[in-house]
Design a protein around this ligand. Structure first.
Ligand code: CA
Length: 504
């Protein structure tokens, strides 16, 4: 069909929610970073130039599956049941897609789902099961069993391109009498990083600038995180198996040879290798965002479609000598969030209002003029998108919790609070029965960062007497947030004991 698809009888606009996987704000040029001089994302930047860039949007647990569950339900993991990568989301969980569908929207999910339960709340879905594959992936479509079997055929092509093809096909073929809510979820740039063939040589002869905190001296850290900070588990040079494993590549990129290198040289080489493969994967995402924006223009949909670009959480791109996510540190905790709605969202605007992924579902519902159920813990920030102004009583802090103690990348369980200026972290160092967490106690400890003076988080000031009043106030705020969001310590006597011993 051609021409403008009008919203139905006062029904609100269409929604196109694009979410990538592990896309850090530092790898989006609209956000600006040390990488901007060598790498740009023109399509995502276009969205920012025509809409709003949210500068302080955070995930409440910086890991894939729990963040996706929080986006969908508007709830923390201890409420929706998805605290770790291994927890299934209950099929009756409150769900933004189902509520949009009930509210008259045609809903679709295309791409990565990464929740164990069969997708629910969507009129149509086509997903790459689990992590999915970059090259010649497998997809499962609604109407067939949601099960990975040997009978499933691979599709020739590159995941990022293919899901965009599918999204455009769905947009062209969908019933035109209803507004749509399309959730387009990229696998990229999640590791292991396999670029499209056309990007194999992209950035080949470019020296990628290093972040200052690549060379962080961990001595400022608490003992609760210092050992983990310096362990071999997630430093770049020691994780070549993650950075350099090309066994599954269809078109392998150059492998690292670290023979004879000093430790510093190893870190530098691993960083260059990691960043180049990562940014090559982002390059394809950006191109495909551009394809979708072009289609909206060509089909007259731009004016009445809210377009969102975000990621399920951030990612360390060598900051703190890390890759992966999970820690509450900014690069993993902070999410990109860019939104465009011509005529309603001021072009080229930005805001530093504190928002969280639990707010996404209420915000999308508000955009659709549908009520958010009380069960959702987040609040709509649609008015902030529209006006750039924070409503009275808007949140002044974000509560964070990472549950999957020592799993995978050996990061200890912790919770914390971030305000406008400060971040207080408590590493409690216990598994607490969380699925997949390693049942081994590690040292408890506190860290405090003054983000105004120390945005890189390389100077823990928890033991600095000048900050004792600040940390006392933040502890009170932490207790308040735990109560507000119903994250009680009562079921965990071991945790209560650790808190009692470590509180002061
Ligand atoms: Ca992720």
């Amino acid at each position: 069909m051609t021409g403008l698809v009008l919203s139905v009888q006062g029904r609100p606009m269409n929604i196109l929610y694009i979410m990538s996987d592990d896309h850090a704000t530092n790898a989006i040029s609209a956000y600006g970073s040390h990488l901007t001089s060598v790498f740009k994302t023109p399509s995502i930047d276009r969205l920012a130039a025509e809409g709003v860039r949210m500068d302080r949007t955070y995930c409440v647990n910086a890991i894939c599956t729990p963040s996706r569950a929080s986006v969908l339900t508007g709830q923390y993991g201890h409420i929706n049941g998805v605290k770790t990568l291994r927890d299934p989301i209950p099929p009756d969980a409150v769900n933004v897609a189902a509520l949009l569908k009930k509210g008259g929207y045609q809903t679709a999910l295309i791409g990565k789902w990464h929740l164990k339960t069969e997708p629910f709340g969507f009129d149509y879905w086509k997903v790459g099961p689990g992590q999915g594959k970059y090259h010649d992936p497998i997809f499962i479509e609604k109407g067939t069993p949601y099960k990975l079997t040997k009978n499933l055929k691979t599709t020739p092509g590159y995941y990022t391109d293919l899901i965009t093809d599918y999204a455009l096909e769905w947009l062209k073929d969908r019933p035109a009498d209803k507004p749509f809510a399309l959730f387009l979820h990229h696998k990229a740039p999640h590791g292991k990083w396999e670029p499209a063939k056309r990007h194999l040589n992209f950035l080949e002869n470019v020296e990628i600038p290093e972040p200052d905190s690549l060379w962080e001296d961990y001595s400022h850290r608490s003992e609760a995180s210092r050992d983990f900070g310096t362990s071999i588990s997630h430093r770049l040079a020691d994780r070549r198996n993650m950075i350099d494993d090309v066994t599954s590549y269809k078109w392998p990129t150059a492998q690292l040879d670290m023979t004879g290198m000093t430790e510093e040289q190893k870190t530098k080489a691993a960083y260059q290798k990691y960043l180049k493969d990562y940014l090559r994967c982002v390059k394809a995402v950006d191109e495909n965002v551009g394809r979708v924006l072009d289609y909206l223009d060509e089909s007259g949909l731009t004016e009445n479609t809210l377009v969102v670009y975000t990621s399920d959480q951030g990612m360390f791109l060598g900051e703190h000598d890390y890759f992966d996510k999970r820690w509450i540190f900014e690069e993993a905790f902070r999410m990109p969030f860019i939104a465009r709605l011509p005529g309603q969202i001021p072009a080229g605007s930005s805001t530093d209002a504190l928002c969280a992924n639990i707010d996404f579902a209420p915000t999308l519902l508000r955009a659709a003029e549908l009520p958010a159920p009380d069960a959702m813990q987040g609040k709509s920030f649609f008015n902030i998108l529209n006006t750039g102004k924070q409503p009275k009583n808007w949140r002044e802090s974000v509560y964070y919790r990472y549950w999957m103690h020592l799993n995978g990348h050996h990061i200890p369980g912790h919770f914390g609070v971030r305000t406008d200026r400060y971040k207080l972290i408590f590493y409690y160092g216990l598994a607490l029965g969380a699925t997949g967490a390693v049942d081994k106690q590690t040292q408890a400890g506190w860290e405090l960062y003054d983000l105004q003076k120390d945005p890189q988080e390389v100077s823990n000031v928890y033991k600095n007497p000048e900050y004792s009043d600040i940390s006392a106030k933040l502890k009170i705020e932490l207790i308040r947030l735990k109560e507000e969001f119903g994250d009680s310590d009562k079921p965990y006597p071991d945790l209560k004991k650790v808190i009692e011993e470590s509180w002061n």
